[in-house]
Design a protein around this ligand. Structure first.
Ligand SMILES: [Zn+2]
Length: 164
């Protein structure tokens, strides 16, 4: 992961499979964030679900330049993992507001690793958008703006689907 590569499918799918198994911790319903990332993973997810329907696939759409700025400026608390940005740092000298831990740049947020991740996204993740669109499951949500605003948009899309 430090070099920007994705975690191998068998590991990710194995974790998902365990959690989604009938009687497993997520068998009553779930939201998957950042999975699936490849068409192969999407196919594996269908296999794991074994006929149980997925309600919705959401593409959180953010232009490349904004993604770059968010990732390159991201800083994370080593202790509690709280996320900051160089434009929105902790109050005191890169010490976490929540727990007092050191706030640092993650090893996988270097420029090289970010470029590699965006390249992988274009190659491997973009085709999933079509995969779910073809199946009538895709919702596009703008990821631009403050977290609260994006969250509201997400809730609207999920509510609209639940009430449909
Ligand atoms: Zn912290």
């Amino acid at each position: 992961m430090d070099s920007g590569e994705l975690v191998p499918d068998e590991i990710v799918v194995g974790v998902v499979e365990e959690c989604l198994a009938p009687g497993g911790p997520l068998s009553d319903g779930f939201v998957l964030d950042g999975f699936p990332r490849t068409v192969h993973q999407a196919q594996e997810l269908n296999r794991v679900l074994d006929g149980r329907p997925l309600d919705l696939a959401i593409n959180l759409d953010v232009p490349r330049d904004i993604v770059l700025d968010r990732l390159a400026g991201r800083r994370v608390c080593e202790n509690c993992q709280r996320v900051y940005h160089v434009n929105l740092p902790p109050k005191v000298n890169w010490t976490c507001d929540t727990c007092g831990g050191n706030v640092v740049q993650r090893d996988d947020d270097t420029e090289e690793a970010i470029d590699r991740r965006l390249e992988l996204y274009e190659e491997q993740t973009v085709p999933i958008i079509e995969f779910y669109r073809e199946r009538g499951m895709l919702a596009q949500v703008s990821g631009i703006g403050e977290g609260d605003d994006v969250f509201k948009r997400l809730v609207q899309v999920v509510d609209a689907r639940r009430c449909a």
